[in-house]
Design a protein around this ligand. Structure first.
Ligand code: SF4
Ligand code: SF4
Length: 156
């Protein structure tokens, strides 16, 4: 379903999951300027990275009820030269990747042929690789800049 009129509303999930270089904010930690269920205390002056970021839900992915603060997962992607893209899933709520939604989401993207990187709050990273992907693993790791990972090949 595509809903171009979506807004973040009271969601602030990416204010935790994402690194904000300009603020020296680490991924997985709440931003000091985030106001719970409200938004950004420096909204008008927030860094460019915050202004430009739009998660996939905001762009229309999934159902209205799949907002990241509810599912616990922020969906992003990384363009990969010569491959297309890698889906990047951020764990906003601990345990979200193990939920029915989390498992179905990852399986969905893998079934479409995309490598999927799951980034845990603990900094663990899991890379799911579709069997159909021909790119050598080392090349994929290099392109994605993945630091630590566990390889899981798509189960059919
Ligand atoms: S995770 Fe998506 S919907 Fe939530 S605040 Fe960030 S961009 Fe908006
Ligand atoms: S500056 Fe504002 S928009 Fe950016 S991460 Fe912090 S609270 Fe969120």
């Amino acid at each position: 379903m595509t809903d171009l009129a979506r807004t973040c509303g009271s969601c602030t999930a990416c204010c935790k999951t994402h690194e904000v270089v300009e603020l020296h904010k680490r991924a997985g930690k709440w931003c000091q300027f985030r106001v719970k269920e409200h938004g950004c205390r420096i909204y008008e002056k927030r860094p460019r990275g915050c202004v430009e970021f739009k998660c996939q839900w905001l762009k229309g992915h999934g159902e209205e009820s799949d907002r990241p603060d509810r599912t616990g997962i922020v969906i992003d992607f990384l363009p990969l030269k010569s491959i297309g893209k890698m889906m990047v899933l951020y764990e906003g709520t601990i345990g979200a990747f193990g939920s029915e939604y989390g498992k179905a989401l990852a399986a969905h993207y893998v079934s479409l042929g995309y490598p999927v990187l799951q980034k845990y709050q603990s900094s663990k990273e899991v890379l799911l690789i579709p069997r159909t992907l021909q790119t050598p693993l080392e090349k994929l790791k290099e392109l994605a800049g993945v630091k630590r990972r566990v390889l899981i090949v798509e189960a059919r």
